[in-house]
Ligand binder design. Sequence first.
Ligand code: ZN
Length: 213
Amino acid sequence: MVDFSKYRVVDLSAEVVPGVLSGERYVHGSGRRRFELRRFVYAPDGTFMNWVETETHVGTHVECPSHYLEGGKDVSSLPLVTFMGEAVVVDAKRKRAEPINPVDLESEGVREGDILLMFSGRSGEDRPFIGTETAKWLVETRVKMVGVDDSIAVEAKGSMATHEYLLGNDIPIIEGLCNLEELRRKRVLFIALPLRVRGLDSSWVRAVALEEL
Ligand SMILES: [Zn+2]
């Protein structure tokens, strides 16, 4: 059995506060997205339940192939093991408004089967981004999943290469992670499971890292 006293558990999920939200409280800055709860009384036994009205790209969420590709796999049709495993934490703060290159990731020791978790601490136009070359490299290296917080842009301006290459090769993308800078280890055990809903393009996740003390 796992001895949890030997691990530090870090919650990497954004807290979604219901309402009409915008900007930094969501992901990648622009637009307003709804997450509304309406409570009702379930008549047969008088308990309380909620209607939820929102979209799939709110807070910390995992994007699956059907988000970008007609006929791509949805959240319920990728193997569960896709969404958990050993992750390498990449601090890209030395990058400013420029791509994170394959050579940067090679020097961080990213290898086949890894989940990649990236942050930079930068915002707006200063954010580093995943360029086309790196998107290709991530596919060639056969990483398992790529996660970012709001300080990394998934795409260069005007490009959809990361969606194209990663989602086109069944490599999910996690957006809206939090607390990555609190991780102390370079390698952690990472788990972020989507809901099992048939046809859903993306799902809210509770993302968590376990790191050895
Ligand atoms: Zn999204």
